[in-house]
Design a protein around this ligand. Structure first.
Ligand SMILES: Cc1cc2nc3c(=O)[nH]c(=O)nc-3n(C[C@H](O)[C@H](O)[C@H](O)COP(=O)(O)O)c2cc1C
Length: 311
């Protein structure tokens, strides 16, 4: 019997596979088995209702996609009344992704969710590049990350995961700030800001002009950031970005991820995460690995310098 369980930021998960925020919702319940997942992560919610960005909000790329959805939200109250009860039927812990325009707004929402039965943890989306001009967000700087995480930490004892952005050129100092401010885990990470041009019309392909790149195109970047964060941090790192198969997930795990999130791949094949869990088990069996947690950070041939030589 292979042990796929992992310890992630205050929670014991039965396996390391969970959805990435914004790519998973109640409607998928008839397409994949939620009970086979390590955790369930909701779309980012905000306190107030938000309408989101102008259309088109997504476009395809050769090796992934771009989105500028803009966090449309029906507001926290409707979420608490209608969505949280739906998830109480499932075993996997429910992680609620939150966002707010101010640090105090993040804290208020975290505090409010902490009293809701069925909410097992909070993922702070301090990284969404579409909320503010030019991709600026709390997660771009260590200081603003520290401020917002500290405020949330003061008001919630729930496991607090902080989702980082690869758009911060130096992600490790931001991750360290999140850890010092009391985060229980970091997610590495959100989409990478891009611009795709429709050359027939001479216009940006997204209504919001710029958007976040996701899918296979960003995977090596996210594996590298996962590795660097895992080297620097004591808290667990959750890897995310272009994961579509167990092999992809294992790259992140070897690089130091304690768990992984799957986003874009679910749009192509809704059962991707279920298949991944079986394939992770098969990999462990083939390799004689009794517990997948022994593979976390097991990457061999570490560079002499912690960040490696420049290419
Ligand atoms: C359509 C779409 C919507 C997303 N919405 C959110 C969101 O609400 N909150 C968030 O933190 N990340 C959001 N993301 C980012 C994903 O959670 C994930 O970090 C990113 O897509 C990289 O993973 P992937 O390559 O597996 O998709 C969204 C991504 C996509 C493609």
């Amino acid at each position: 019997m292979i042990n796929l369980s992992v310890q992630v930021g205050g929670l014991r998960l039965k396996n390391p596979v969970m959805p990435a925020s914004g790519t998973f919702a109640e409607e998928l319940a008839h397409l994949l088995d939620f009970n086979q997942l390590g955790a369930l992560v909701t779309k980012t919610i905000t306190t107030e209702k938000r309408s989101g960005n102008p259309m088109p909000r997504v476009c395809e790329l050769n090796d992934g996609m771009m989105n500028a959805i803009g966090i449309p939200s029906k507001g926290a109250q409707l979420f608490i009344d209608k969505v949280v009860p739906f998830y109480r039927d499932y075993d996997a812990p429910l992680i609620v992704s939150i966002s707010a325009p101010t640090a105090q707004g993040f804290a208020d929402l975290a505090a409010r969710l902490s009293d809701v039965p069925g909410v097992a943890g909070i993922e702070a989306n301090i990284s969404c590049p579409n909320l503010e001009a030019h991709g600026q967000s709390f997660g771009m700087q260590a200081e603003s990350t520290r401020d917002v995480v500290e405020l949330m930490r003061q008001v919630t004892s729930l496991p607090l995961w902080v989702k980082l952005t690869p758009n911060a050129g130096e992600v490790v100092p931001v991750a360290l700030a999140a850890q010092e401010a009391g985060a229980d885990a970091v997610v590495v990470g959100n989409t990478l800001l891009g611009l795709s041009v429709d050359i027939e019309r001479g216009r940006a392909r997204l209504g919001n002009f710029m958007g976040g790149i996701s899918g296979a195109a960003i995977r090596p970047l996210m594996v590298r950031l996962t590795y660097q964060c895992a080297q620097a941090l004591e808290i667990p790192v959750i890897g995310c970005g272009g994961i579509a198969t167990a092999d992809d997930a294992l790259e992140f795990i070897y690089a130091g991820a304690s768990a992984v999130q799957v986003g874009t791949a679910t749009f192509l094949h809704p059962k991707t995460m279920n298949t991944m869990v079986s394939e992770l088990e098969a990999y462990c069996r083939r390799k004689g690995v009794a517990s997948i947690s022994t593979l976390i950070g097991a990457l061999d041939d570490l560079p002499a310098e912690p960040f490696g030589a420049l290419p």
